[in-house]
Design a protein around this ligand. Structure first.
Ligand SMILES: [Zn+2]
Length: 92
């Protein structure tokens, strides 16, 4: 099992998709569709970044804190702060 798989396995309730996006600032995203959490990870990023993204996006889902489509809205910024907090304090 790879390190990435270990992190994915830690969140069995969420559906993870590895996608290839050739943009070095695209890491991934989370969507909630019909109550199901779907997390996309850009697998072209280095391993540490993918792991960071898994925990960050799962952090959004764990606290049910999602941004809206506006990058700098209060809702988005609060959701990002929360996800960053989860990411910094997460230990497998
Ligand atoms: Zn985020």
């Amino acid at each position: 099992m790879t390190r990435i798989e270990m992190y994915v396995d830690h969140f069995p309730d969420y559906i993870f998709y590895g996608i290839e996006v050739e943009h070095n600032l695209y890491y991934g995203e989370v969507n909630k569709i019909n109550g199901k959490v779907i997390i996309y990870i850009n697998i072209l990023q280095p391993e540490w970044r993918q792991i960071d993204t898994i925990v960050h996006e799962a952090g959004h889902a764990e606290f049910n804190m999602y941004g809206d489509e506006k990058r700098w809205s209060m809702k988005t910024m609060l959701a990002e702060k929360q996800a960053e907090y989860v990411c910094r304090h997460f230990n497998l």
